[in-house]
Design a protein around this ligand. Structure first.
Ligand SMILES: Cc1ncc(COP(=O)(O)O)c(C=O)c1O
Length: 380
């Protein structure tokens, strides 16, 4: 009966991209997105979270969509806090970053609209675009201008023009030139959307993100912050104008037609902000030391040329080919290091890489072992 699935799985096997779930794996963490170690930290006790610990505020299930029984004044107060923290007019929380991107993009992209997106955008954004009805144009990584000039002149007459980028790119760790992009969007009447999954909680004062750090809130149409990475929790928020929030509450299918985030998830998000306010400065200073040690070590080991110029916790070592990158991942595992090999089609064929995630909690000995192991792999 399910023979067709075996045939499809065989095809995946043949490309070297078959995935299986690993269960619990021991080793030194160089693969999680918990850049600041906040997922491991207890939340500091504040008057707000003491109040939030009251079990009547945090039952075990949401009991319905937020449009019906799944809402509460406590959640709306947290959304107000989130909007204020990042300096936007309004925030709307989603179950995950994936659903936030899917929901935002599918809701706003109407027939007659055009969206320009960076070629390295995350799958959740691509899937959101696929659910919308806009004309879709890809631009070269971090190189918007030429495409915007070519498309912008014709398209904006028939509908809305959107530009989509990540703040800090998930697979390359580099940042988008957001100030330049915002100025270009202003000039060409385009609405800029920034996915801050990997910069939210990391970049900017107290982890407010790149849009806030650059003071671009008024020029950015929508910002997506996710809580599963530097915030060390789970969920996401779309930040923008009050009108955008109202529009999403009314039209966004992945928001309306699903059970709202569980109370424990709201609590996790609230605590993540408490942790950010208390710990961001200290943890990012530690992280910078770790990044410095790693990059210097790699250069001294003669492997510097395999690194990309990322100044953040996501560091990339190119190992082209699905089989080769899996061999490199296994060599790391053998040495007790948890490093993820990223294969095609997650990244383009030929750009397979080890994606090293550095953390504030990685100690000197761990980084030295990582450098020594990668140096050996790169020498092959
Ligand atoms: C750039 C980017 N956007 C969105 C997401 C989705 O976020 P979440 O894991 O909260 O669903 C990810 C997660 O990998 C990501 O890297």
């Amino acid at each position: 009966m399910a023979n067709f699935l075996n045939k499809r799985l065989d095809k995946i096997q043949a490309t070297g991209s078959f995935r299986s779930l690993a269960g619990t794996v021991g080793g030194i963490d160089f693969w999680s997105n918990d850049y600041l170690g906040l997922a491991r930290e207890q939340a500091p006790v504040t008057p707000t979270n003491q109040r939030n610990n009251n079990p009547t505020n945090w039952s075990s299930g949401a009991t319905g969509s937020r449009s019906i029984s799944g809402d509460s004044a406590v959640y709306q107060a947290l959304e107000r806090r989130i909007a204020d923290f990042h300096g936007h007019s309004a925030a709307l929380v989603f179950n995950s970053g994936y659903t936030a991107n899917l929901g935002l993009l599918s809701a706003i992209l109407k027939r007659g609209d055009t969206i320009l997106y960076d070629e390295l955008m995350h799958a959740s954004c691509r899937d959101g675009i696929r659910l919308g009805f806009a004309r879709v144009v890809k631009f070269l990584h971090n190189d918007l201008e030429e495409t915007l000039i070519r498309i912008g002149a014709n398209e904006q007459k028939s509908g809305q023009l959107f530009v989509l980028t990540e703040g800090r790119f998930s697979m390359d760790g580099d940042v988008a030139p957001l100030s330049e992009m915002a100025a270009l969007c202003q000039e060409h009447g385009a609405h800029l959307i920034v996915d801050e999954a990997h910069s939210g909680g990391l970049d900017g004062q107290q982890g407010k993100g790149l849009v806030a750090d650059l003071g671009l809130q008024a020029e950015v149409f929508a910002t997506v912050i996710t809580y599963g990475k530097a915030f060390g929790a789970h969920g996401a928020a779309v930040l923008g104008s009050q009108e955008l929030r109202d529009y999403l509450i009314n039209t966004c299918r992945p928001f309306i037609y699903t059970t709202g985030p569980a109370p424990a998830q709201w609590r996790g998000i609230a605590e993540a902000y408490d942790k950010m306010e208390a710990l961001h400065g200290e943890q990012t200073a530690r992280l910078q030391t770790v990044i410095g040690q790693f990059r210097e070590g790699m250069t001294e080991a003669g492997a510097g040329r395999r690194l990309t110029p990322s100044n953040g916790p996501i560091q990339v070592i190119h190992v082209p080919g699905n089989d080769a990158v899996m061999v490199a991942e296994a060599a790391c595992r053998e040495a007790g290091l948890l490093v993820k090999g990223i294969r095609s089609p997650t990244v383009a064929v030929g750009s397979e890489r080890l994606r090293v995630c550095l953390h504030s909690f990685n100690n000197e000995g761990e980084v030295a072992l990582l450098v020594e192991t990668l140096g050996r792999i790169c020498a092959i």
